[in-house]
Design a protein around this ligand. Structure first.
Ligand code: CP
Ligand code: NVA
Length: 317
């Protein structure tokens, strides 16, 4: 028995609040270079089937700073690339470690892995979501404004992406209004939008979304795995660039977020991402603090479930 974190719904609203509180404490501890070793003797296995800079660095640094150890298993250099079944890799990895972070393609792959892995699994990005990034983005918004509840977030561009989906999942849980501005064919599917009734608004005009927003967000126009469609995507999304004119429509104290990597001159202009309203470097740093709190949350919850296991089995008869 264990607690996975495959999407934002895997934690309750109260657990999200506790996680942000813990992340703030851990951020302060890091600032003061106070040692926190809640993961001493523990191991994280990181499985990458797609490229990464921030996710790899922040998870490994998080584990090391908590007194534990991280192993980076690049799928391309493992037996996975030679056809070993995912379930077998999951069974073996789960016996070596206390927690797994996986970055992969289809959501069915991470679900399959989690099903066969006895250690808790954290989603480090799939085609259908990037929940650790969205947790971090919401934490960053709270850091700037005190709360994310009641704020208006405008996501401009390819909102059908993993980022768009996870922001949609978060809207009701964290009680924010989400305006998704995309051309035809680039909005999330209806079943995704239905996850947050009354909180998500689909528009085609980026100016309508940006008007009076507290936060302006964008992401790359071609996500990992979509490279073959890149030319068409650039043409379709050309009118959805975040530039100074769009930022001006938002509230005066609005911030700009981008999970990175960014393409200056495509989805965002350089003067915005490098300008005074940009919070992207805090956003990137906060991956470290939020993920530390998340690792603690799933490992400690899984420990408790394991301890309670025999009693629960007995109670069920
Ligand atoms: N934002 C993010 O997940 O970055 P990487 O792809 O570099 O890990
Ligand atoms: N939507 C992007 C996010 C990168 C962190 C991608 O999947 O490539």
């Amino acid at each position: 028995m264990k607690r996975d974190f495959l999407n934002l719904f895997d934690l309750s609203s109260d657990e999200h609040k506790a996680l942000f509180h813990r992340a703030r404490t851990l951020k302060e501890a890091r600032k003061q270079r106070r040692v926190v070793n809640t993961m001493a003797g523990r191991t994280l296995i990181m499985i990458f089937e797609k490229a990464s800079t921030r996710t790899r660095l922040s998870f490994e640094a998080a584990m090391a700073q908590l007194g534990g150890h991280a192993i980076d298993l690049s799928a391309a250099n493992s037996q996975m690339a030679r056809g070993e079944p995912l379930a077998d890799t999951a069974r073996v990895a789960g016996r070596y470690c206390d927690v797994v972070m996986m970055r992969t393609f289809g959501d069915e792959r991470i679900a399959e892995f989690a099903k066969h892995c006895e250690a808790p699994v954290i989603n480090g990005l799939t085609d259908g979501g990037h929940p650790v990034q969205i947790l971090t983005d919401l934490f960053t918004i709270e850091e700037r404004f005190g709360t994310v509840a009641g704020k208006t977030l405008a996501f401009i561009g390819d909102t059908a992406s993993n980022m768009g989906r996870s922001f949609t999942e978060g809207a009701k849980l964290f009680d924010y209004q989400l305006k998704l501005a995309s051309p035809k064919g680039y909005h999330p599917a209806d079943d995704v939008v239905k996850l947050a009734p009354g909180h998500v608004h689909l528009v085609s005009d980026p100016r309508e979304a940006a008007k009076d927003a507290d936060v302006i967000i964008t992401d790359v126009w071609t996500s990992m795995g979509q490279e073959a469609e890149s030319k068409k995507r650039l043409a379709d999304l050309a009118g959805y660039q975040v530039d100074a004119a769009l930022m001006k429509l938002a509230k005066k104290d609005a911030i700009f977020l981008h999970c990175l990597p960014a393409h200056r001159g495509e989805e965002v202009m350089g003067d915005i991402i490098d300008g005074p309203q940009s919070a992207v470097w805090d956003e990137a740093e906060n991956r470290l603090h939020v993920q530390k709190a998340l690792i603690e949350t799933v490992v400690q919850a899984s420990d408790r479930l394991r301890e309670m296991g025999p009693a629960l089995k007995a109670a069920r008869g």
